[in-house]
Write a protein that binds this ligand. Structure first.
Ligand code: UTP
Length: 495
């Protein structure tokens, strides 16, 4: 690809447009570029709506200076409006599980995974889903999730044999430019972890240019604009752009579970959550975990100007964060958001029309760029610019009926955010939390687990793992009753 004579007027027009928008620095090195590089930059610039970028950047940067607490009416969720596995009876939870499983058996449930993030804090060169948290099985996060789907499909077909032919959970995986190729290659290399590849759908989210703190488009190299995925809220537009919704509809899907790739405890296509939301007649649902303390840095679901919303921990005062409920003394703002959602397919279909474009947020990041003063490429040690991101929860204000469902953190949420050895939300905490859960599952059916001399786990931890093929959430483990198991122990089939 090279700039041709006929492209010269085009290049001139694009450069003028960028100059008029105050973004002429994109072409600062134009004369130094080879004609192939010029053609590449021209193509990239033509695909950018520079006035739109300026508009959303200004909105996002302006909103940084607005205090949410004083600018908006923020209120806790109404008492009694949150469903909870912490208080629901075992019978109720079992009933939800069966109801959800029946919907799965009928082929009405799909899963959408958000796996487009670049995982900068973790610092792995591979997509986060490929990460090995050093389990005995060395399963990647993708494998854990895939095998939970396999298990649920099998359970659904066994429990509802009349629907065995439709007991399939289509899995739509949102990737981005930086994660797509490696993600697909990982699935191919592992033969889709036992899933039928026809039921795994990859689609890419959009990208946006990275900006300096004052809204100027950054160059990654002299002939290339620096771009990044447009945030997990890019999911709504991407689902439409790539016709995923119509594909799922053709397959008979009515309900969707959506989640983040980095949670090793995620209950993919959770029958309990799905049944709860369906019973509530909700078009959208959000799983939440109780905050670990009032000052935990997590967004909470609450009401903002009378609508459902997520308010970040930095957006409310410490007095507000410490408010407690009169009836039970729990924090009033306690519904910690974990980006784990339920949708009806009809709702997802309507999102672009009802939202008229979700707002963009500012994420301050370290962005490799060409320093405009020296012309050198730099990899900064601290944040030097912003990425504009849409957030998946920004649709909440657009629904009247959001089902909020509280679950126990230790059973369902252990995110992988940070590099090994950080001490929180890192590969070690992921592995520990999964092993502790599996230990609880085994003990609950009357097994004894003993740490053996060969177990490499650090003090206070054990190497104990139950394959998702054996159990999804602790069910089906009766074969362990009364047994004594010495670690390291990986159970991949009934003993
Ligand atoms: P995070 O906001 O934690 O981002 O994503 P990240 O990319 O995993 O990590 P950092 O911030 O760069 O260190 C939460 C979830 O949203 C997805 C991620 O893949 C993860 O599942 N996500 C994030 C997207 O799908 N697209 C995006 O543009 C951003």
């Amino acid at each position: 690809m090279m700039t041709t004579q006929s492209q010269i007027p085009q290049a001139q027009a694009v450069r003028e447009k960028f100059a008029a928008a105050g973004q002429e620095q994109v072409f600062a090195y134009w004369d130094e570029l080879t004609s192939a590089e010029q053609a590449g930059l021209l193509e990239q610039a033509q695909a950018l709506d520079v006035d739109y970028i300026n508009k959303i950047a200004k909105q996002a940067l302006d909103s940084l200076s607005v205090s949410q607490e004083t600018a908006h009416r923020i209120e806790p969720l109404p008492e009694g409006s949150v469903g909870s596995t912490l208080t629901a009876s075992a019978e109720q939870q079992q009933a939800w599980f069966q109801q959800g499983l029946e919907l799965i058996a009928q082929g009405q449930v799909a899963v959408i995974l958000m796996a487009g993030g670049q995982g900068t804090r973790l610092g792995s060169s591979q997509p986060k889903g490929c990460y090995d948290i050093n389990l005995l099985s060395h399963s990647s996060l993708f494998r854990l999730q895939a095998e939970r789907i396999v298990r649920l499909q099998n359970l659904a077909a066994q429990t509802f044999p009349q629907h065995a032919a439709t007991a399939v959970i289509p899995w739509a995986i949102m990737t981005s430019g930086p994660t797509r190729a490696n993600t697909e290659a990982h699935f191919e290399a592992h033969r889709y972890f036992g899933l039928d590849s026809r039921n795994v759908i990859f689609f890419n989210q959009g990208t946006l240019p990275c900006l300096s703190f004052d809204g100027k488009i950054l160059l990654e190299s002299k002939g290339k604009v620096s771009e990044a995925p447009d945030g997990n809220g890019g999911i709504y537009a991407a689902l439409h752009r790539h016709h995923v919704i119509s594909d799922l509809r053709r397959r008979g899907v009515r309900y969707v579970h959506s989640y983040c790739v980095d949670n090793c405890l995620v209950r993919v296509a959770d029958p309990v959550f799905i049944a709860y939301c369906v019973a509530k007649g909700a078009e959208c649902g959000a799983k939440v975990v109780p905050k670990s303390s009032w000052d935990e840095a997590v967004g909470v679901i609450c009401h903002k100007n009378g609508r459902f919303a997520v308010v970040e921990y930095s957006e409310i005062s410490s007095e507000m964060a410490q408010l407690t409920r009169a009836d039970n003394g729990r924090l009033a703002y306690n519904a910690g958001n974990i980006a784990n959602h339920f949708y009806t397919l009809d709702f997802l279909d309507r999102v672009p029309t009802i939202t008229d474009g979700l707002e963009h947020h500012v994420a301050k990041k370290k962005i490799k760029h060409v320093d405009p003063t020296t012309g050198q490429q730099v990899a900064p040690a601290k944040p030097n610019g912003i990425k504009l991101e849409q957030f998946v929860f920004d649709v909440f204000p657009y629904t009247d009926n959001l089902a909020v469902f509280e679950v126990e953190r230790r059973e369902e949420f252990s995110p992988l955010k940070n590099a090994p050895g950080t001490g929180s939300d890192d590969p070690e905490t992921s592995r520990r939390d999964l092993a502790e859960q599996h230990l609880r599952f085994a003990q609950a059916v009357g097994a004894t687990v003993v740490k053996g001399p060969e177990d490499p786990a650090p003090q206070g931890e054990i190497s104990f793992e139950l394959s998702p093929i054996v159990t999804y959430a602790g069910e089906g483990l009766e074969f362990l009753q009364g047994r004594t198991l010495t670690t390291p122990q990986l159970i991949t089939k009934p003993l």
